[in-house]
Design a protein around this ligand. Structure first.
Ligand code: UD1
Ligand code: UDP
Length: 361
């Protein structure tokens, strides 16, 4: 029997790893779930364990309000003793928790498996891009969502241990969208029934830590709401809310057409996205989910590590210039919502568990 140590710590890791954790739990191996504590507010963390019906972490660490370098350093230190007993360390995605888990596994001489390996924005000013590249370089098992991601790894001379398995976000959607449709009351609660609305999320460092960019996006959303007669629902990330306050931009959160709400649970978010006319986002997960639901997406960035969504017309890049955002909204509102889903068939968790089982022989 082997011992697997899976390390998660942020909202997207909890959501996308829930199906993977459940599938690995079925294996005849010990499976220790570690939470770094990177996300800690109720609505950024606990709510997803409830919505995804994910078991509690075996080890809960604390990381509240640490700067990025200390997020990595403290996670390495705090997770060292549990990871030192691992036969395989599993990490997901591109956060500071991911990087810490991968470095820790590597320094301990433990094999690392990376879920959602190989995706690239080719923009090394993004902390996430650096986290992905380093994590992939030290991983032994690389679980890529698409062929494009596999090719990215090949171009970086990472060829061994690579498996194309789809993205577990599709498992998460498929396992939860019927439940969401039955149990979520968000459409009614926000009085959106029968109306056309957009969904906005924004939290990327490059957008919210720069007052000019944040201001431009918020102004653009007011203009989009007015031009398209849309209510734009904006579940606001705590980082963004803090930044708006700090930069004196809170008044832009109260403009007509913009409905700012606290971050939602997963089931509520699925319902919002499924019923939306347009999605505006700088989130990775929302680009994938909008694509799955055939809801046109406008990505508020200059690049994306999900180019598959651009190729099929599900998504366009608009940066943060209001004129470009308005043009992109015009284009996307007329998009033919017939594109195929490039991220797999919802069996990613099971495929990963089989690969892990084989790894142990
Ligand atoms: C992190 C990830 C990003 C991912 C995002 C998902 C890194 C480098 N970035 O960004 O890739 O897309 O999570 O949401 O790891 N905060 C709270 N409560 C919380 C969590 C955060 O108030 O529960 C505030 C704190 O002020 C914190 C700030 O948000 O300092 C930033 O949080 P952090 O986890 O460092 O980065 P994210 O922007 O969430
Ligand atoms: N999400 C959510 N409520 C919110 C915002 C996002 O449930 O208020 C979900 C979303 O459906 C997706 C995931 O969180 O599954 C994306 O996480 P986030 O945007 O924080 O990170 P990223 O995907 O950019 O790494």
């Amino acid at each position: 029997m082997g011992r697997i140590v899976t390390i998660i710590g942020t909202r997207p890791e909890i959501i996308k790893m829930a199906p993977v954790v459940k599938a690995i739990d079925e294996l005849p191996h010990e499976h220790i779930l570690v939470h770094s504590g990177q996300h800690y507010d109720l609505e950024m963390d606990r709510v997803f364990f409830r919505d995804m019906k994910l078991r509690e972490p075996d080890v809960q660490l604390e990381l509240k309000e640490q700067p990025p370098h200390l997020q990595v350093a403290r996670t390495v230190m705090q997770a060292a003793s549990v990871a030192s007993k691992a036969d395989l360390v599993v990490v997901h995605g591109d956060t500071n928790t991911t990087l810490a888990g991968a470095l820790l596994g590597n320094k301990l001489g433990k094999p690392v498996a990376h879920v959602e390996a190989g995706i690239r924005s080719f923009d090394r000013t993004m902390p996430e891009e650096v986290n992905r590249i380093i994590t992939d370089q030290v991983s032994r098992v690389l679980l890529t969502p698409t062929e494009t991601a596999r090719r990215n790894l090949e171009n970086e001379d990472v060829r061994l241990g690579v498996h194309v398995v789809g993205n577990s976000i599709i498992d998460a959607i498929m396992q939860n969208s019927d439940i969401a449709a039955k149990s979520s009351k968000i459409i009614k609660r926000l009085k959106l029934g029968g109306s056309r609305f957009g969904v906005l999320t924004l939290h990327r460092a490059e957008n919210v830590d720069a007052p000019d960019r944040l201001k431009r996006v918020l102004q653009a959303m007011e203009a989009v709401a007015s031009r398209h007669a849309l209510t734009v629902v904006f579940p606001i990330h705590p980082r963004t809310e803090k930044a708006a306050k700090q930069f004196g931009l809170s008044s832009l959160l109260k403009v007509p057409g913009l409905k700012v709400i606290p971050p939602t649970g997963y089931l509520d978010m699925l319902e919002l996205e499924r019923n939306a006319s347009l999605v505006f986002t700088d989130s990775g997960g929302l680009q994938e989910e909008a694509c799955f639901f055939h809801v046109p997406c406008v990505t508020l960035r200059e690049n994306t590590e999900r180019p598959e969504t651009l190729d099929i017309g599900a998504n366009v890049l608009a940066g943060t210039d209001p004129r470009r955002i308005l043009e992109a909204a015009d284009k996307q509102k007329d998009a033919r919502r017939e594109w195929p889903n490039p991220f797999g068939d919802g069996t990613t968790g099971r495929q990963i568990a089989q690969i892990v089982a084989k790894f142990f022989g």
